[in-house]
Design a protein around this ligand. Sequence first.
Ligand SMILES: [Fe+2]
Ligand SMILES: [Fe+2]
Length: 158
Amino acid sequence: MSDIYAEIKADHDRHRALMKTIAGTEGASDARREAWREFYYDIKSHAAAEEETFYSKLMEKTWGQDAARHSVEEHAEMDDLLDALNEMDMSSSGWLNKFHTLQHDYTHHMDEEEDEIFTRARKVIDDSQVGAYGDRFRARKAKEKDLVDAKQKDHLED
Ligand SMILES: [Fe+2]
Ligand SMILES: [Fe+2]
């Protein structure tokens, strides 16, 4: 059993570190390519798993809905940025500029989740359930990781 908050926080810390690595790489280097690939699949599956196991629960309560909707909207905005970056030439100056926008926005998103959203969630998710939620989050994320490419293809065909 692993605590849902610890699971999410551990992912966030990994994402913060990966973004720092990516920002420190140059052009279309192997180092940038590899760190980007790891980040791209991890953040997408993380966000999808959050929505399925975490935000869906928060949405059950009226006072949790607005905050949850706000976060899910931010996921959609970040998804657009991620896809745009994935399509762009990594060696262009525009790539790093766009990446810095993503880094800024996503850092704000994670800070808000760990702060405001966790506080709200603790009122909705019973203490005895945080382990089960953590397990569900982790299992869902593993499944979502395999679906990232398929979802992206569906999105393009829509
Ligand atoms: Fe999120
Ligand atoms: Fe998150």
